[in-house]
Design a protein around this ligand. Structure first.
Ligand code: ATR
Length: 280
């Protein structure tokens, strides 16, 4: 019988997950299919129970249910539990187990660019929402020396820092404070929705004071080259777009479900092609 995998969220029509997972399933000749399920407000519990009842092998969870799904799972793995958000569920022996692959996916995409070891590196995260939280927790877990967070609402950055069990050197900053003091960071990671289509001219802060040897990452992937990354390129910084994080979090979810590590580079290529970018 064909195994079923999927995605729940609202909306899901724009999601690239069906394309990347179905391609990997096909390439590995697995008799399985991945489908995006739109779950309307108020229907989350019914949807989770329904997917469990029909024997789905695993599924992804996207906006707005990454936190809300937790009460309906049988178990939540430690990192996902600390982050307070689940993006991947494994159905094993009648139990639904929640994981979070966003932070690890981000680190996998960043690692090849890093010239310093995490324990020597200083990172600035812009934003303090769900994506920032997954990235902060993951970078703290790999032993990043210092991770500051700047946010429009600095109290949210403070809260995020307090709630992380791992304790890197950290400060919560306003956007203006971070902008004035950018030179000290090896990595600058933009996690807000600023610059996302259709608001493609906006940037969260100016990169004028960034060091030219800094890595600048924007996890936005639509467009692939945001105004923020264009600024970073003009400064001569190394840049990283959001396609890698998207592909690597998917690859890890795929591995949790099937036990097979798929071709993550091919997944990234698929994402980039779908977004109309070039692979070089
Ligand atoms: P996600 O789960 O995608 O990270 P989120 O949890 O809604 O999304 O978080 C959005 C982040 O983008 C927050 O850090 C938010 O800042 P606030 O905490 O002050 O709300 C930030 N953000 C969104 N729009 C912004 C804007 N126009 N200017 C500055 N920050 C913005």
């Amino acid at each position: 019988m064909t195994d079923l995998y999927g995605l729940i969220g609202f909306p899901v029509s724009h999601s690239m997950s069906p394309a990347i997972h179905n391609e990997a399933l096909q390439d590995l000749q697995l008799d399985a299919h991945y489908h995006a399920f739109k779950v309307e407000e108020g229907q989350l519990e019914a949807a989770v129970n329904g997917l469990k009842a029909i024997g789905i092998k695993g599924f992804n969870v996207t906006v707005p249910y990454k936190e809300a799904i937790i009460p309906y799972l049988d178990e939540v793995e430690e990192t996902a539990s600390a982050i307070g958000a689940v993006n991947t569920v494994v159905h094993s022996e009648g139990r639904l187990i929640g994981y979070n692959t966003d932070g690890k996916g981000f680190y996998s995409s960043l690692k090849p660019l890093m010239t310093k070891k995490p324990e020597e590196a200083k990172m600035l995260i812009i934003g303090a929402g769900g994506a920032a939280r997954a990235i902060y927790f993951s970078m703290a877990t790999v032993g990043c020396l210092a991770i500051d967070i700047c946010n429009r609402t600095p109290s949210k950055a403070e809260k995020l820092i307090e709630e992380c069990p791992a304790k890197p050197i950290s400060k919560a900053l306003s956007l203006a404070q971070a902008e004035a003091d950018l030179a000290g960071y090896d990595m600058i990671i933009q996690t807000t929705s600023i610059g996302m289509h259709p608001d493609t001219d906006s940037v969260p802060i100016s990169l004028e004071k960034a060091g030219t040897d800094a890595i600048v990452c924007d996890i936005v992937y639509n467009p692939l080259k945001t105004a923020f990354l264009q600024q970073a390129e003009q400064k001569g910084c190394r840049t990283l777009n959001g396609a890698g994080m998207l592909a690597y979090q998917a690859a890890l979810a795929f591995e949790y479900w099937t036990g097979i590590h798929p071709d993550a580079e091919k997944m990234k290529t698929t994402v980039i092609k779908k977004l109309g970018g070039s692979i070089c």
